[in-house]
Structure formats: structure tokens, C-alpha cells
Design a binder for this molecule. Structure first.
Ligand code: GLN
Length: 196
């Protein structure tokens, strides 16, 4: 398999390292490539979109033409894992901040998101999460995290924290408000790669 990591801004090297480690752990052969231009994506059969600033990442995806390619490849069934800012971009509906910054969402998952939803006091925090399909709690690292406020149709809730949805899956499209690439627990990545 060849897994792409969107590399325009954000915690790119952490994503590359986590995907590489998960490939090893899951016994999958293949490589990980950082994606900055359209031609980088062509040979990939799965993609992750890191955390960072959704406004910046969104703009750079549009400018490079990658926005369109990601939407097309998702329609063909390419698995995509978006974390934090990446999760925001996967959503069909954003909040006022998304509108004000004119962020063009990829609009792939049937869910609505609120940016920076956990407030100033909780800019970053960690919490153990019950995740659908995992037998033990997953340690979630949240950094200026969004919340998923609503899911509909084929988009299913995979984890909640204090009433907020923090992980959702729609078939091959996965959006996490936390950073599975930062907790050292590879279970979400390994399960994601099993689809490839
Ligand atoms: N607050 C950021 C945003 O709205 C996301 C933060 C993150 O990705 N760690 O884009």
C-alpha cells in the first residue's frame, strides 16, 4: 500500500511516523509519502489529513488543486483519516468561524463541526475515550479541538466525550477531533489501514 499524508501545514511528521509505525505493527507492506502537489496523490491508495489550522490547510488544498483530487478520490472509495483540522475539512457543514474565514470544506462526511469547541480553559487536554470497535479505552489528545455537533445519514458516531461527538466514521472516511497520531496508541491507525 501507499499512504499519503497531506503535507502542506500542521503535524505532518507525526502523521508520517504514526502511519509508518502502524504499517509495521499491522504487517502491511508499503510506504508513506508526503503530499504537497497533485501528482503526489496519484499513486496513493489511502490518505491522512493532519491537524493544524483548517483555514490554512483548506486554502493550500484549494490553491494546489488537491481539493478537487481528494474529493474525486474519496468518491472512488479511497480511505481518508482526518484528525482535528483534517476532521473539520472532511465535514459537510462548518460553524460561523468556518464561514467567516471562507474555508472551503472538502464536504465529504455527513456531519457538522464546531471549531475550537472546548473553550479556552481546555485549549488542550487528554481524555480516555470509549471508541466503537476497540476493546479498551483510547487515550485521546485534544489540541484546540473541534467537536462534531451532528451526524446524519451514513455517518456514524464512533466516540463521544461529555456529550460531544469526537470521532465519526462514514465507511472509508474517518474523522477524529483528537490526535491518534500523538498518543502512541496505534489501534485506530491499524484499523484504518486494514481497509486498504
Ligand atoms: N483549531 C484548529 C482549527 O480550527 C484545529 C486544531 C488542531 O488541528 N490541532 O483548524
Amino acid at each position: 500500500m501507499r499512504v499519503g499524508v497531506i503535507g502542506v501545514q500542521g503535524d505532518v511528521s507525526e502523521h508520517v511516523a504514526a502511519v509508518r509505525a502502524a504499517m509495521k505493527k499491522g504487517g502491511f507492506g508499503g510506504d508513506v509519502v508526503t503530499i504537497r502537489r497533485r501528482e503526489d496523490l496519484a499513486g496513493c491508495n489511502a490518505l491522512t489529513i493532519p491537524g493544524g489550522e483548517s483555514t490554512t490547510i483548506g486554502k493550500l488544498l484549494e490553491r494546489s488543486g488537491l481539493h478537487e483530487d481528494i474529493v474525486n478520490r474519496a468518491a472512488e472509495g479511497m480511505p481518508i483519516l482526518g484528525t482535528c483540522a483534517g476532521c473539520i475539512l472532511l465535514a459537510k457543514e462548518g460553524d460561523r468561524q468556518v464561514a467567516q474565514t471562507k474555508t472551503k470544506l472538502l464536504g465529504l462526511m455527513d456531519m457538522a463541526v464546531d471549531r475550537n469547541a472546548f473553550g479556552r480553559q481546555r485549549e488542550s487536554f487528554e481524555a480516555d475515550l470509549a471508541v466503537d470497535g476497540l476493546d479498551r479505552p483510547f487515550h485521546g489528545v485534544f489540541i484546540r479541538a473541534p467537536a462534531i455537533t451532528r451526524t446524519w445519514s451514513a455517518c456514524k458516531i464512533a466516540s463521544k466525550l461529555d456529550g460531544a461527538i469526537v470521532f465519526a466514521r462514514q465507511g472509508h472516511l474517518w474523522g477524529a477531533c483528537f490526535h491518534p497520531e500523538l498518543s502512541g496508541d496505534l489501534r485506530i491507525h491499524v484499523a484504518f489501514l486494514e481497509q486498504v
